[in-house]
Design a protein around this ligand. Structure first.
Ligand code: ZN
Length: 121
């Protein structure tokens, strides 16, 4: 089973994950939050239909990550500044998200320029 060997934040807005197979992935915190797998963010699948109970209102601090905790040996839990902390990212969910949204070096560079322009660095 693939497990993360290192989880870090190379930039305040980036999450980098290194995997036991040597793969290195980097996604934005925005993606990380948008892909939150909890029931209120993703909706619950009932008989094959997905219902979303999540509030779509943008709260301040939604994309500010306060901390990440390891849960047992199988997942991480993210604690967001808007108070949201029910998202449990199991290793296979995390792997899927980081593979799907993995940023290229060019994209990371563009984000850096963007962040610098917005005074976020
Ligand atoms: Zn959530």
């Amino acid at each position: 089973m693939l497990t993360p060997t290192k989880i870090s934040r190379p930039k305040p807005y980036l999450l980098a994950v290194e995997w036991s197979d040597g793969k290195q992935t980097t996604i934005t915190l925005r993606t990380f939050r948008d892909e939150c797998p909890c029931a209120s963010c993703k909706g619950e699948t009932i008989m094959g239909t997905t219902y979303s109970f999540g509030m779509q209102v943008m709260k301040p601090g939604k994309y500010d990550l306060v901390s990440i905790q390891t849960v047992g040996n199988y997942a991480i839990q993210a604690d967001w500044k808007d108070g949201h902390n029910t998202g449990l990212y199991s290793w296979d969910i995390l792997r899927r998200i980081t593979e799907e949204f993995d940023l290229s070096p060019t994209q990371i560079e563009e984000l850096e320029h963007q962040a610098a322009a917005e005074g976020l660095l």
